[in-house]
Design a protein around this ligand. Structure first.
Ligand code: EPU
Length: 416
């Protein structure tokens, strides 16, 4: 299995191009199931999760063609209605096929994803919403079996803000009969990107980006050509890399508007951050100030950036408090950071991080994508070598992470 070896101590400098957003691409590629004809998507990141999605769509009967950042999907021949355990186990976002399959075929059989490293992550709110749209839902042998005639619009309130839940319901409701209102909907930029794509397909959706989304069902949707928005989590990860190494980095082809909370918090650490449309420039100061952070649904500070921020706080001046409110078990990186010399104490969902002058390289691994990214960041600033194992988690969600960091001057390489 591949590993990434980082020798710490190099200051990052230069430009880095940000890739398309994984979490926008996944639902958008899957939304092709709602149409007949060829959809063309550009700026699609080359990631394991994208390959898994393409495989799933092919297994359902869609024709999928890929070439350098472009994916073409034609779901005219959609015939299968099952997402099997093997795929859903590898990638939870596979549950996003539930809504489109029900809308298009009137039935879906999708493996229940089960828990994962960061928490139990149930999909009860997806299922409750689909039931409200008129689907009959049964849980059998570890699978969700759903069936329906034409779905019917409904007024749905989410007990918790759920990103993929909102996306699943938006896709299901796009061709339902009548109007659906989603209340307490997720406001993430990826939800807005999906809504924009559905609207291009001919859907009638209002309020995406607010907590009330209204979908007036239409009879059918048409294929589209659209570009995937930039990855805000990748953007934030590179910003933190720049600050950690006291570097000076310009991020290109990103969207600063999607990073309000992150930019705000990073400025408070003392870094200088300038934004212009499509660009962010970060230049770090020698002193990093401790700042408290609490993860929240968008526009709050993203849970997907918590592990990376914790690395920054591990070498900051002073003590910070990090509260994780989205997932119950998203501190898997903590024990590895402690092995690298960090001073972190966790009590429930709160981590108290006492900043220290430095970290020390070690052999580490993590069982989650963002936790793995945080270990690379820690390696960039640690003394000596850090060997990050189980790299396949990184390959699920960061395009060429080691090449991009190397391009900024890091001493980093992949060993096969
Ligand atoms: N939840 C429920 N019931 C549900 C759905 C969610 O209780 O039916 C709970 C979850 O257990 C969690 C909270 O609600 O405690 C929020 O979960 P959400 O549904 O928003 O998460 P998700 O849609 O499964 C997406 C991203 C995650 C990101 C979260 C939170 C995709 C494909 N995944 O997951 O991204 O952490 O939103 O922002 O969009 C990652 O990229 O590394 C990643 C994990």
């Amino acid at each position: 299995m591949d590993k990434i070896i980082v020798k710490g101590g190099r200051r990052l400098a230069g430009d880095v191009r940000i890739s398309g957003a994984k979490n926008a691409a996944l639902p958008i590629l899957i939304s092709s199931l709602l149409t007949e004809g060829v959809n063309t998507y550009t700026n699609v990141p080359e990631l394991m999760d994208i390959q898994s999605t393409n495989l799933l769509l092919s297994e359902l009967g869609a024709r999928v063609e890929t070439s350098a950042g472009t994916v073409r999907i034609d779901a005219t021949g959609l015939k299968e209605h099952e997402a099997a355990y093997d795929l859903v186990r590898k990638m939870r976002a596979s549950v996003l096929v539930l809504g489109p399959l029900l809308a298009r075929l009137g039935r879906a059989r999708v493996s229940l994803p089960g828990g994962c490293a960061i928490g139990a992550r149930p999909i009860n709110l997806h299922l409750k919403g689909l039931a409200a749209l008129g689907a009959a839902i049964e849980l059998k042998h570890g699978y969700v079996e759903a069936s329906a005639g034409r779905l019917k619009g409904a007024d749905i309130y989410f007990d918790m803000v759920t990103v993929t839940g909102t996306e699943n319901l938006m896709m299901a409701a796009a061709t339902a009969k009548g109007t659906t209102v989603l209340r307490n909907a997720a406001r993430e930029p990826e939800v807005v990107a999906l809504a924009d794509t559905l609207v291009k397909m001919g859907a009638y959706i209002e309020g995406a980006g607010t907590s009330i989304i209204t979908i007036h069902g239409v009879s059918s949707l048409n294929p589209v050509e659209t570009a995937i928005i930039p990855d805000r989590i990748e953007t934030g990860t590179f910003m933190m890399g720049a600050i950690l190494t006291r570097g000076s980095v310009t991020l290109l082809e990103c969207d600063p508007n999607h990073l309000g909370a992150t930019i705000n918090k990073l400025r408070r650490t003392g870094a200088e951050i300038d934004t212009a449309p499509g660009t962010i420039h970060v230049s770090a100061k020698d002193d990093i100030t401790s700042v408290d952070v609490k993860t929240q649904p968008y526009p709050g500070f993203p849970t997907d950036m918590q592990a990376q921020f914790m690395v920054l706080m591990s070498i900051a001046n002073g003590t910070s408090m990090i509260s994780e409110t989205i997932f119950e078990n998203r501190y898997i990186h903590v024990s590895e950071l402690i092995r690298m010399g960090a001073d972190i104490k966790v009590d429930g969902n709160i981590a108290i991080v006492k900043g220290k002058p430095g970290l020390a390289g070690a052999q580490v691994m993590a069982t989650d994508l963002r936790a793995s990214a945080s270990l690379i960041l820690a390696g960039l600033v640690a003394e000596g070598h850090t060997e990050v194992n189980r790299v396949y988690h990184l390959d699920r969600g960061y395009e060429s992470i080691e090449k991009k960091f190397a391009g900024l001057g890091a001493d980093i390489r992949r060993v096969k």
